[in-house]
Design a protein around this ligand. Structure first.
Ligand code: COS
Length: 385
């Protein structure tokens, strides 16, 4: 398939692929086993300018868009979704500043994010607010020139490793989603600590922790946008980021597919390589079709995002859902084609299958994405009447 990538986009793909093959593949099993954060790989990504991909040139980045970010995320995911999650969650955490921050906030934070000197995390989820994102209970009370934050965020990717946190807290409990506001909190701020570090099924190279705020005081200038706009900021952030989760689905599917093809050519049963059997060929054919369809959708939606289109909720939900369902299906099928070998840790597909599962869950479950798509279909139909 030709996705009509520019020379520059092909260079980004080749660079990310080289890093994935040379730096990620040799250590992915160990990172997974030890649940170890990939600091060395993050350094390599920083030295290669990949943290600055999506950051405007005026703030020290390369000024590229969602498509370039998706290409890099896909290549890293082909090797290890734990590593790509760390990298992609950095963009997720940066979007609130990039999309809604003041010029001062951008000048203060973006240059160090672009060079990879500072890692970012996004804090929305809480124990009682997952799919029901507006059910958050963390509060931010204005007090003179400061806000005082209290509450606990749960399951935060890059929690503990990141230096900068964009979080959503209630400035007015009585107003529901319209009472939420977005803030920037820096690591080291008194009253801000890290709670439980999670032990996960997959993406074990990434770190997932609680963020604990106990009378944490931050300056008023760390408010993003205006009071009451926090839910809007969070939703716009997720709309922008979800295509990247789709790219993770494409990448992990591609990685598992390649492993399955290679294994099926070598493995002999009944005197023939198993790839010669039609049952296996049909599975591989379906996997290949699904991967191309998912990549086509993810790249098309990334191009739509980069065109500056305002309402991208439906399309980004589609890209996320379709491609991550493909990621799950293809990794399961890769394990099946490889049989007993696929189930063993000696081969990478069992890890890919464990890693793929989170993609259907985080940044909004695929059930919530179908709700979003459904609501948009209703809105469009009502407009036509
Ligand atoms: N862009 C801008 N505004 C949006 C929006 C979007 N994509 N989606 C919702 N909103 C606005 C609505 O317009 C509404 O605003 P008003 O109160 O001014 O009318 C407000 O946000 C609340 O919307 P809604 O009533 O639809 O919210 P719900 O509480 O029913 O939540 C969704 C529904 C789908 C938005 C929510 O459940 C969701 O996204 N859940 C998944 C959250 C998630 O991704 N969690 C992962 C955390 S980060 S890893």
């Amino acid at each position: 398939m030709d996705y009509f990538l520019t020379e520059e986009q092909q260079m980004i793909r080749d660079l990310a692929r080289q890093i994935a093959e040379e730096k990620v593949v040799p250590v992915r099993a160990e990172l997974d086993e030890k649940e170890e954060f990939p600091w060395e790989i993050m350094k390599v990504l920083a030295q290669s300018d990949l943290f600055g991909l999506f950051i405007p040139e005026e703030y020290g980045g390369l000024g590229k868009g969602s498509l370039e970010l998706c290409i890099a995320v896909e290549e890293l995911s082909r090797a290890c979704v734990g590593v790509s999650t760390t990298y992609a969650a950095n963009a997720l955490g940066t979007y609130p500043i990039l999309l809604h921050g003041t010029d001062e906030q951008k000048k203060k934070f973006l240059p160090e994010i672009a060079t990879g000197k500072k890692l970012v995390a996004f804090g929305l989820t809480e124990a009682n607010a997952g799919s029901d994102a507006s059910g958050i209970q963390t509060t931010a009370k204005p007090d003179g020139n400061e806000y005082v934050i209290n509450g606990t965020k749960q399951w935060i990717t890059n929690g503990g490793a990141a230096d900068v946190y964009t979080i959503i807290a209630l400035t007015d409990k009585s107003k529901g989603p319209r009472g939420a506001s977005a803030f920037i909190v820096e690591k080291g701020t008194p009253g801000f600590t890290f709670g439980k570090k999670e032990n996960k099924m997959g993406i074990r190279a990434s770190i997932t922790s609680e963020l604990v705020f106990d009378n944490c005081r931050i300056p008023k200038e760390n408010l993003i946008a205006k009071e009451g706009m926090g839910f809007f900021v969070a939703m716009k952030t997720l709309d922008k980021s979800r295509t990247g989760v789709g790219a993770q689905g494409v990448g992990v599917a591609q990685g598992a597919f390649e492993e399955a093809v290679s294994f099926a050519r070598q493995r002999h049963q009944f005197g023939h390589p198993v790839i010669s059997f039609q049952a296996v060929q049909h599975m591989l054919a379906d996997m290949a079709m699904q991967i191309e369809a998912a990549r086509s959708l993810v790249y098309s939606v990334a191009r739509l995002v980069d065109s500056g289109a305002k309402d991208i909720s439906k399309e980004s939900a589609m890209a996320k859902t379709f491609a991550t369902d493909v990621g799950m299906k293809v990794t399961v099928d890769a394990v099946q084609i490889m049989g007993g070998a696929g189930y063993m840790k000696e081969y990478p597909v069992e890890k890919m299958m464990r890693d793929a599962k989170i993609l259907q869950i985080y940044e909004g479950t695929n059930q919530i994405q179908r709700n979003v798509i459904g609501q948009e279909i209703i809105k469009e139909a009502a407009k036509k009447k």
